[in-house]
Design a protein around this ligand. Structure first.
Ligand code: URA
Length: 426
């Protein structure tokens, strides 16, 4: 086979065979195919797309580039993946809640991407918490506690690590088949029985439009099912932060509150809906109503709070040690009316300016910074009402004051709210 023929075929809108995809991805992973040829194929895929079969083959070959978890025993392995949003902390309470339902959750998570926060960054605001466990350590934590949240190890899907870094610098990140291959190869390496995807759309999401989010949800579900994993997806609204808190330490605090039954209603709604998908997919609950009850019970009994603390302890952290949060500063609006739009991406950028997210790869974070949303979309506000509380050190609040206040639009007329959970894909 010749890499040039494969690039030309995709350039001319042809369908690549399983053998051609396998040859190309294996060659890219072992460096017999250079980055410039992979870059060219990625751009041809970006421009001309892939069929469901090609996307599944791409996912399969990326998965085959590295090690995968194999589990023994009766427990089912499940996970949730979110396409990323502002204030999205669902993974923290949900992993513990699922583990309390006798499911095992080998959750491999990532760091902040663009203006969206990362689960690993949030967890690292817990002093001592390790996110760099080896595959063996992850397996031990799952077998002992029922859930683990850690980063990808070097042996898991190396083709994705290389391809993602390349896509990032050649303008091919927003491609449905390439995103599908990237997300699904990493999730399927966990050796799952069931997976649920939270595909977010809106001002704080990767997918700004509902139609893009729908396409991605369908592609992820089709690929998961073709590869033998019970896969469903919910498309959810990300036109305002999920929950009230945005940042790192403040999001861990809000997650703990959620596990103690004090979570904000939108966070709980999304968490319960995603969890219920997994309980039903695995036959742990007979329907969504029973599943939600079972999940709620893990909170009411205190079991999920205890489970989360157990996971934190075994990963080297201390959940009970207070987390440092920078001093609060309330930002006050000028206009009376209704909150009509929240530019969540701009809020994510404010967190980056405050040091809670990265401007360049590998940068250390200030976990103590954050925002608290004091108003929600649709809410009526008075002039001079505090809209957002900024947790920032010294005078740093002045650097983000304008951007944060600008992110919140007030209209004279009442506004119609979008549903939080828009659509389900199976
Ligand atoms: N997240 C991923 O893991 N991969 C992508 O391509 C996009 C988002």
């Amino acid at each position: 086979m010749n890499p040039v023929w494969i690039i030309e075929k995709k350039r001319d809108k042809g369908h690549l065979s399983q053998e051609e995809i396998a040859y190309f991805i294996a060659g890219f992973a072992d460096e017999t195919i250079p980055d410039y040829q992979m870059a060219s194929l990625a751009m041809a895929i970006y421009l001309n797309g892939m069929t469901t079969e090609e996307t599944a083959n791409l996912t399969q070959e990326m998965l085959a580039s590295g090690a995968t978890f194999k589990w023994s025993g009766d427990a089912k392995q499940v996970d949730k993946h979110s396409s990323g949003g502002i204030g999205d902390k669902v993974s923290l309470p949900l992993a513990a809640m699922l583990a309390c339902c006798d499911l095992q959750v080998p959750m491999i998570s990532g760091r902040g991407l663009g203006s969206t926060g990362g689960t690993l960054d949030k967890l690292e605001s817990i002093g001592g918490f390790r996110t760099n466990l080896s595959m063996d350590e992850m397996r031990q934590v799952v077998e002992k506690v029922g859930c683990v949240i850690s980063g990808a190890t070097p042996e898991l899907v190396p083709a994705d690590r290389k391809l993602y870094a390349l896509r990032d610098v050649i303008g091919t990140v927003p491609s449905i088949p390439l995103i599908t291959g990237s997300i699904m190869s990493k999730k399927l390496a966990e050796g799952l029985d069931a997976l649920v995807l939270d595909v977010k759309y809106g001002s704080g999401a990767f997918m700004k439009s509902l139609s893009q989010a729908r396409q991605l949800a369908q592609s992820l579900v089709d690929t998961g099912k073709r590869m033998g994993v019970a896969t469903t997806a919910l498309v959810t609204d990300m036109n305002q932060p999920l929950g009230r808190m945005v940042g790192n330490a403040v999001e861990v605090d809000e997650s703990v509150a959620a596990l103690e039954g004090e979570g904000p209603s939108d966070l709980m709604e999304v968490t319960l809906a995603l969890g219920a998908e997994l309980l039903v997919s695995t036959g742990t609950a007979r329907d969504v109503t029973a599943a939600r009850k079972q999940l709620q019970q893990t909170i009411d009994s205190g079991g999920a709070r205890e489970k989360f603390a157990e996971m934190v302890t075994i990963q080297g952290g201390d959940l009970e040690a207070p987390r440092v949060v920078a001093p609060p500063n309330d930002l006050v609006g000028k206009t009376a009316g209704y909150v009509s739009q929240i530019n969540s991406e701009q809020l994510g950028q404010a967190i980056i300016s405050l040091g809670g997210g990265r401007k360049k790869q590998g940068e250390a974070l200030d976990h103590s910074t954050g925002l608290e949303m004091l108003v929600r979309l649709g809410e009526q506000v008075k002039a001079d009402q505090p809209l957002v509380r900024v947790f920032a050190k010294g005078s740093a609040v002045d650097d983000v004051r304008m951007a944060v206040l600008d992110a919140i639009e007030i209209s004279e007329e009442p506004v119609k709210r979008n549903p939080l959970i828009v659509e389900r894909f199976e």
